[in-house]
Design a protein around this ligand. Structure first.
Ligand code: AMP
Length: 497
């Protein structure tokens, strides 16, 4: 399927029409420095100066050209899906409102994503728009990896928990690694290291994300281009006290002025930092050493979290290209069974057409891989998959009803059991309109034994009825008929307490 993938950053737009299966690009658009006089758009080989354009204006002007290629759907990258979205979702007005409500969780990213969604839905109202979330892959984090050790009421009130990001990349490269190894991801423990301007590590245990280094926001974890990654939170308190920094100043410090840029003093680009480090620049050497040390620490920790590891994957700008960073992170891991082949590491080259290179020695039990990430392809594939699933679901509507054991009562029986004037207390609505599970639970007593805490369902009915399974029937010691609901004549009786 041809899918238009749109990725709106705070000051940029990347869009491409690509084949969801092969990843082949049919058309591409890149807009940079939105909102400034230097804003430019590149589409194909042409470059246009579009000073002071915002997301909406840029997309309104350039999307029609991409649309001519004939995409059947639009996949939007959305950074934060919060608690609401753990899988891709088709966007309608309600979903837009929900995304708007999530903006405070990712103030740098979600408003830009939403601006792109609004503009694109206006331009292309006749094809489905799907939101694919960076956080979704990490919805499988166990609670122990989600919680911060803060008072739970405060965490619950503000959604303070670890969500994780870069999910489209971690899942994509983990899957490519499994394919390369000729195995199923569901049988492997993989540590994926996404090392770009933003950077995070993920422990993918048998196909599910069980730990990742970014948390509630994309600031936690590794040293990044301009983000600090992990720091002692006490430092923030010190800086507020000693430097009088405001909330906004702390935000800029942690997100824009820290990381490689803060340590090196020469900007965030790893190529420049490596070049200067090679010439003896001590700050640049320190920037590389701190980043690599942090990464090694996470790799060791994630091997411990999963109780072992089968493959370690390096991806994104630094992971795919920096021989030195891979050497520092993956050398001396032989205690884990991971042996780096230095020459393979020096020669590794990956691209979209040749996405995997192995850098471990032949006898290495843990396989070390460089994998080219392709987040746009990952989003296109998720978009097509959701639409394919929906199409199948629309063709095959299979009603399935399952009921646990339960009890229906007359009003007379309710009053006999719970006292005169008692009415049933709704606990949870059921899928059948007007029906509800009640707070009231009863013990069913049969000739052989009894079953406790069986839920009463409301509202009251003209006849009392219990519904049980064959094994319950055996346990109670009665011979219950299989009949339509409500047809209770001549069925065996039980006692309700
Ligand atoms: P990304 O966010 O994935 O585009 O990655 C950007 C980062 O990758 C920047 O820090 C670049 O300096 C870094 N990068 C790209 N190519 C190389 C290279 N050949 N060697 C070292 N770092 C590189």
């Amino acid at each position: 399927m041809k899918v238009l993938v749109i990725n709106c950053g705070s000051s940029s737009v990347k869009a491409a029409v690509l084949d969801s299966e092969t990843g082949e690009r049919y058309a591409e658009l890149r807009v940079e420095r939105l909102g400034t006089r230097e804003c430019v758009a590149r589409d194909g080989t042409e470059q246009h100066s579009i000073p002071e354009y915002d997301h909406g204006r840029a997309l309104a002007e350039f999307l029609p050209k991409l649309a001519k290629v004939g995409p059947l759907a639009v996949g939007h990258r959305v950074v934060h899906g919060g608690e609401c979205f753990s899988t891709p979702v088709q966007i309608d007005d309600l979903v837009e409102d929900q995304l708007e409500a999530l903006s405070p969780l990712a103030p740098l990213h979600n408003p830009a994503n939403l601006a792109g969604i609004r503009a694109a839905r206006q331009c292309l109202p006749d094809i489905p728009h799907i939101a694919v979330f960076d956080t979704a892959f990490h919805s499988t984090l166990p609670r122990r990896a989600q919680y911060y050790a803060l008072p739970q009421e405060l965490s619950d009130k503000h959604g303070l928990r670890r969500y994780g990001f870069h999910g489209t990349s971690h899942s994509w490269v983990a899957e490519r690694a499994a394919q390369f190894l000729g195995d199923e991801l569901a049988r492997l423990r993989v540590i994926t290291c996404h090392l770009g301007n933003g950077a995070s590590v993920c422990a993918v245990e048998y196909g599910r994300s069980v730990e990742t280094s970014m948390g509630m926001t994309p600031v936690e974890g590794l040293v990044m281009g301009t983000r600090s990654g992990d720091i002692d939170p006490g430092i923030l308190i010190e800086l507020m006290r000693k430097e009088g920094l405001s909330v906004d100043e702390l935000d800029v410090l942690l997100n824009k002025n820290s990381g490689l840029a803060g340590l090196s003093g020469v900007g965030r680009d790893m190529r420049d930092i490596e070049e200067r480090a090679a010439q003896g620049d001590d700050k640049c050497r320190m920037a590389i050493a701190v980043s690599a040390h942090r990464l090694r620490k996470y790799i060791g920790a994630y091997a411990a979290v999963m109780g072992g590891v089968d493959a370690i994957v390096f991806t994104a700008g630094i992971g795919e290209n920096s021989v030195a960073m891979r050497h520092r992170a993956a050398g001396r891991l032989s205690f884990l069974g991971a042996h780096l082949d230095e020459e393979a590491n020096r020669n590794a080259k990956v691209s979209r057409s040749n996405p995997v290179a192995e850098i471990s020695a032949p006898h290495s039990r843990v396989r070390l891989l460089v994998v080219a990430t392709d987040e746009a392809h990952s989003i296109a594939a998720s978009t097509a998959e959701l639409l394919g699933r929906d199409a199948i679901a629309k063709e095959l509507i299979i009603p399935v009803a399952i009921s646990g054991r339960h009890i229906h009562l007359t009003q007379e029986a309710v009053e006999t059991l719970f006292g005169p004037g008692h009415t049933l207390t709704p606990y949870k609505a059921l899928s059948q309109p007007g029906q509800f599970a009640c707070e009231e639970r009863l013990t069913i007593v049969g000739p052989r034994s009894q079953i406790e805490k069986v839920r009463v369902l409301g509202p009251v009915r003209p006849k009392c009825q219990i519904e049980i399974s064959r094994t319950d029937e055996f346990k109670l010691g009665i011979d219950a008929p299989v009949r339509n609901s409500g047809d209770v004549d001549n069925s065996p009786g039980v006692t309700l307490i």
